[in-house]
Design a protein around this ligand. Structure first.
Ligand code: PLP
Length: 403
């Protein structure tokens, strides 16, 4: 039963807003504390979703709030016509946490990928006028603007948008033979862009051998490697960036989601030589990395640098994998459990959307992706007791579903 207050909010939403998100989950969160959320009627929920892997430090993180308040009191926006200390500080930390390089700030994941696509084209076309192709993978997700959407290897996302920009090639994920056949010695491939755990595609990790061979082929052929870390970055996989689990060094990482602690900010962080391809006037953004967004990113990155946080993420990851394995044995409704760090999916033999709805009714926030994959992406600093409580709710729902 939805309350009168919620009913009014839903009616107003339908009256004033685009309905492109379909029927939203029947709740309006008004407050968050750590991994707890509170709705319009004051009801409490356990958050194992963190706003689609954004609130990696939980809601209302003290260090981030302090940085935001202090920045709000000073200055919010001036534009990229002027120097910006907060950007420099955030970029310096990015280099420390990933690899020494250079950063360009944008506002979102799709924009970070647009920047990477444009950079790859400028790079490829500087070597040959035929070298502009970007290889991506089936069931990938790279964003919703025209370029990133076209990079996305899912026809349902392309559908109905007419002629899409050319120069993208979609290969099967985790299939090194297909990659070799398509790319080795190709004079057209400028770059490969991939997620190391496909998030929206159903929490599918890339196999280590597949990734190692891709990087080897790309290095030998001068093909740029772009790792889309929008969902996997900022500690989500138990390391600052997912590529660090693979012993590889990408040319470009694209970031957003967790980078701003909830404030919209994205970035590309690249090896330094690539700055040559984005010279004066070639790319830009009015808001990209404004003082507030960059201060937030800086505060988040400082927190991510604390070993205790990533240690907790790894501990919680093991706990969730163990608990899900136990629930799988008990209920028989889970097909497969996969993922990395705190980006974990459990594919279910029942209606995933219904499980999410029931969980919400029982005070648990989770999500379903790719039709039948329940996604768990809690804050990295969540307490084990809260995770256990949340998974107990999940188990109860699956048990009821079985009956
Ligand atoms: N890339 C990946 C891997 C994502 O998961 C997403 C969003 O889910 C995006 C890009 C797009 O990010 P945004 O929604 O911030 O544009």
């Amino acid at each position: 039963m939805i309350s009168k207050k919620l009913k009014k909010i839903i009616d107003l939403d339908k009256h004033h807003l685009y309905q492109n998100y379909g029927d939203r989950q029947e709740v309006c969160f008004v407050k968050g504390e750590g991994s707890l959320l509170y709705d319009q009627d004051g009801r409490q929920y356990i958050d194992l979703f963190a706003g689609i892997a954004v609130q990696n430090l939980g809601h209302g993180n003290k260090a981030v709030l302090k940085a935001l308040h202090s920045q709000l009191d000073k200055i919010v926006h001036t534009s990229n016509h002027y120097y910006n200390i907060e950007q420099i500080e955030a970029a310096r930390l990015l280099s420390q946490l990933s690899f020494p390089g250079k950063t360009l700030f944008v506002n979102s994941g799709t924009e970070a990928n647009e920047a990477a696509i444009k950079l790859a084209r400028r790079y490829g076309l500087s070597t040959s006028d035929k070298r502009y192709e970007i290889v991506t993978f089936q069931s990938s997700f790279h964003g919703r603007t025209l370029g990133s959407m076209t990079a996305t290897g899912q026809s349902k996302i392309h559908s109905g948008f007419g002629p899409l920009p050319g120069g993208f090639r979609y290969l099967p994920y985790n299939d090194i033979k297909a990659f070799k056949k398509a790319v080795d010695k190709s004079k057209r491939t400028a770059a490969v862009m991939l997620e190391l755990v496909q998030g929206e595609g159903g929490i599918i990790p890339a196999e280590h051998g597949f990734v190692a061979e891709i990087f080897d082929i790309c290095t030998r052929n001068g093909i740029l490697t772009i790792v889309d870390e929008v969902q996997t970055g900022i500690g989500r996989t138990g390391k600052p960036f997912a590529y660090q689990n693979y012993g590889i060094l990408p040319d470009v990482i694209t970031l957003a989601k967790g980078l701003g602690g909830g404030i919209p900010v994205g970035a590309i962080h690249t090896k330094s030589f690539l700055t040559d391809y984005f010279g004066k006037g070639v790319h830009g953004s009015t808001f990209g990395g404004n003082h507030l967004a960059a201060a937030s990113a800086h505060a988040v990155l400082k927190e991510i640098s604390r070993p205790a946080l990533l240690n907790n993420a790894q501990k919680i990851s093991s706990l969730i994998f163990d608990e899900l394995a136990r629930i799988k044995d008990r209920t028989g409704l889970i097909k497969e459990i996969r993922g990395m760090g705190l980006l974990i999916g459990a594919s279910v033999k029942t209606d995933g959307a219904n499980i999410v709805k029931k969980a919400l009714e029982s005070g648990l926030v989770i999500n379903c992706t790719a039709g039948d994959v329940i996604r768990f992406a809690p804050a990295l600093n969540i307490a084990p007791s809260l995770v256990k409580k949340g998974l107990a709710i999940f188990e109860k729902i699956l048990t009821q579903e079985e009956q």
